[in-house]
Design a protein. Structure first.
Length: 457
């Protein structure tokens, strides 16, 4: 009887522990809000001074403070940790600001991020420089990239698209005004198409000219044809479309020169202004060019195709070098992009400021994407597991990098968004010959639908 009572008394705590363990695995956000957050706050408050001392983030107190401590308490004067601000809980972790002591820098705290993670029992600790002498610690309670949930408040705007989630639970925003051109690499089934799909549907809701080059017969971009102003589905069509875009760029430069009173013969390289300095009623709509499987533009089999390739590559390089001021931006995608593709490949890659590297098949491909801007990010890109599609490493020429993951978006939903926003496509007469055919949306029958009886064995 006593054993039965004991088992009954233990049943409640054991059930609670089992439920918490299940919630931590299946519903990490709910577990963090109910259990993880209080525990982490308690650990942080109880061990803050000792943890900072163990991490080497404490400094000797000032002479005035040492005299006051000795006179008031007559105890040993200990090193002083950075002054801690208010702890602000979030749905994914904690935020806390630290005021650095004289002689410290944000890099000192960043080096100890892994130690702080283990000491306070959180998934990750990220350090951000707020202003001179102040850094912000962003503690993430669980792996936010395992199941992507975008933040409720997204920082969008003209040519700004929140396209993925960073590992610090903030949104990765693709800003074309800041990073005009980007290279997106990834092997088959790595999530490269999902990234492109989210980016394109985000831009579809803005009055932007969307142009596509998809040499896989349009299987990637054709579903979005209702919103595209032009689409080339093979190298022959691309060879006809690219000169039109270059001519559009030159016309926009002439418009800028006419508005500013610059002589018509001035070379484009000497013009430093752009279309954003024009009045809104005279400003042409920005153009975003999506190039899927860029290697198909470089591969040749005959002498005639080689001449066509050289022309297309030259035009792409001109768009990458001079297109930003004319409001023309490039989004180049592929599985591999290096010097082995041929003449001009390295020069074109050098003009692509932003880099997004999904899972690749070899280390050399990761070095092509990130090796010249953030060498330490190459190992992170090579460590992406195949069972995590959409996970990528993003970097730019500043040397910074981080992990991101794109949320799932079905092809049907993306195509429906493009059909709903088709009226937002600006009118560019030069691109009318390349406008893809968009079949009309099928109308659902109002009467009852009769289906055939399933066949059984």
């Amino acid at each position: 009887m006593t054993d039965l009572v004991t088992l009954a008394e233990l049943g409640g705590p054991l059930a609670a522990i089992g439920g918490a363990a299940y919630a931590r695995h299946a519903y990490p956000a709910a577990y963090w809000s109910t259990v993880g957050l209080p525990l982490s706050v308690a650990r942080l408050l109880a061990s803050y001074s000792s943890t900072m001392d163990a991490c080497g983030l404490t400094v000797e107190p000032s002479r005035w403070r040492a005299l006051v401590v000795r006179a008031a308490t007559r105890r040993e004067v200990r090193p002083v940790p950075p002054r801690r601000g208010i702890i602000r809980p979030t749905s994914t972790g904690l935020r806390m600001r630290l005021r650095l002591a004289p002689g410290q820098e944000p890099a000192d705290v960043a080096v100890s991020a892994e130690r702080l993670r283990h000491a306070w029992g959180v998934h990750a600790v990220h350090v951000r420089d707020v202003k001179p002498g102040v850094v912000e610690l962003r503690l993430v309670g669980f792996d936010v990239l395992r199941k992507v949930r975008m933040p409720r408040r997204l920082d969008g705007g003209p040519l700004r698209v929140p396209v993925a989630l960073r590992e610090d639970a903030t949104a990765f925003v693709r800003d074309y005004r800041t990073v005009p051109h980007e290279l997106v690499l990834g092997a088959t089934l790595s999530g490269k198409s999902m990234y492109l799909r989210n980016l394109l549907t985000g831009l579809a809701a803005q009055p932007i000219v969307l142009v596509g080059i998809d040499c896989k017969r349009g299987v990637e971009l054709a579903p979005f044809g209702a919103r595209l102003s032009a689409l080339a589905t093979d190298p022959e069509q691309a060879a006809e479309l690219l000169p039109v875009l270059v001519k559009e760029m030159e016309d926009r430069y002439d418009l800028i020169k006419a508005r500013q009173g610059i002589a018509p013969g001035t070379p484009e390289e000497l013009i430093t202004s752009d279309i954003w300095g024009l009045p809104e009623d005279e400003r042409p709509a920005p153009i975003v060019l999506f190039v899927d499987e860029v290697a198909e533009l470089f591969l040749v089999a005959t002498r005639k195709e080689e001449e066509r390739r050289d022309e297309m590559v030259t035009q792409l390089i001109r768009l990458a070098q001079l297109g930003r001021a004319a409001g023309i931006y490039l989004e180049v995608c592929g599985q591999r992009f290096g010097a082995e593709l041929g003449k001009g490949a390295t020069m074109l890659r050098a003009q692509l400021t932003g880099r997004v590297c999904h899972r690749v098949n070899d280390e050399a491909s990761a070095k092509m994407a990130l090796g010249d801007i953030a060498p330490e990010a190459v190992l992170a890109a090579c460590a992406i597991a195949p069972e995590l599609p959409g996970l990528a490493v993003v970097g730019d020429t500043s040397g910074g990098w981080s992990r991101i993951r794109t949320p799932y978006l079905s092809l049907a939903d993306a195509a429906a968004t493009c059909r709903e926003t088709a009226h937002l496509a600006p009118d560019v007469p030069a691109l009318d010959p390349f406008r893809p055919y968009a079949p009309p949306t099928p109308v659902e029958a109002s009467g009852p639908v009769v289906t055939a009886r399933p066949v059984t064995e």
